[in-house]
Design a protein around this ligand. Structure first.
Ligand code: SAM
Length: 285
């Protein structure tokens, strides 16, 4: 049940199930891997202006807390996410860190936001999962003050992100149950086509749309690679559900595909993303 009183939709099952729990369990690792992208997302936030910010698909809250820190005590950061386990983890982190932030557990595509409540919108990888992207971005537009800036990070194509697809490619012969990548379908690469994203944002009445490629080096400790492979991505989601012997076979098959990313005790890869910026429509009637 979300904060609107709605039962979770089908498309949210993944984030309320295995994917959500795996993100919560590996939160510290994921935040380390994607911290350069967090910096990129929040670096333009102004301090001390008392602005309110909404973070879409905020997950376990790292970018919400970073935004709250930059906006300062006069500002207010709010995160919305469809996943109950991830929002619960985000609330606990904020409490533990004694950072004032608000969290909403709901589908950002359909949630009835207070109109014109947010001066800024941001998201790191939280806007690729809508089953109706124009409806979702229209809803977010209505929640924004006229002219509010929006700053989003989304993945470019699978071909430009071989680190993200290496596990599934290597595991495919052993895991026929792996879902095939469908171009443009809700999922990690749904906004890979910048022209399509631009059209969807324009249809949702966003203005001054600017979509730029950013290539960000990411790294993590090589000792954490086995956790990464066993718990994350499309392969990590399937592994807990298969018999242990087969699981070991899959892990043994995919590990060599990552040799080229390991050096000096670290795993290093480039995140090929879009930095998507736009402004909410101007004065409304
Ligand atoms: C790849 S994770 C990114 C999490 C977080 N932004 C981060 O960078 O750590 C995608 C997030 O989007 C959330 N999500 C997916 N569909 C959503 C929707 N319709 N409304 C709100 N959140 C959604 C998921 O639950 C998940 O937390």
């Amino acid at each position: 049940m979300d904060d609107n009183g709605n039962l979770a939709e089908d498309h949210s099952a993944l984030w309320n199930g295995v994917a959500g729990h795996q993100w919560v369990e590996t939160q510290a690792l994921l935040d380390r891997i994607f911290s350069p992208l967090e910096d990129l997302l929040v670096e333009t936030l102004p301090a001390g202006r008392g602005e309110s910010l909404l973070d879409i698909g905020c997950g376990t809250g790292s970018t919400v807390l970073a935004a709250a820190g930059r906006l300062g005590p006069a500002g207010r950061a709010t995160g919305i996410d469809i996943s109950r386990p991830m929002i619960d983890a985000a609330r606990q982190r904020a409490e533990k860190a004694r950072i004032a932030a608000d969290f909403i557990c709901a589908d950002a595509q359909r949630y009835r936001f207070e109109p014109e409540a947010y001066d800024r919108i941001q998201s790191r990888f939280g806007v690729m999962f809508f089953d109706g992207a124009v409806e979702a971005f229209s809803n977010i537009n209505l929640a924004s003050t006229p002219g509010a800036p929006m700053r989003l990070l989304a993945w470019r194509s699978p071909a430009e992100n071989p680190f993200m697809t290496a596990a599934a490619e290597a595991a495919a012969p052993l895991l026929p149950e792996l879902p095939e990548l469908q171009p443009d379908a809700p999922g990690q690469f749904a906004l890979a086509d910048a022209g399509r994203t631009r059209n969807m944002l324009a249809a949702a009445r966003w203005q001054d749309i600017d979509i730029r490629p950013v290539d960000t080096p990411c790294r993590f400790d090589a000792a954490e690679l086995s956790t990464y492979l066993a718990r994350l991505g499309p392969v990590g989601r399937i592994l807990p559900g298969i018999e242990p012997g087969r699981r070991e076979d899959v892990l043994a098959a995919i590990r060599p595909a990552f040799d080229r990313y390991v050096s000096g005790g670290e795993v290093r890869f480039t995140a090929a993303c879009w930095l998507i910026e736009a402004r909410a429509e101007g004065k409304r009637a």
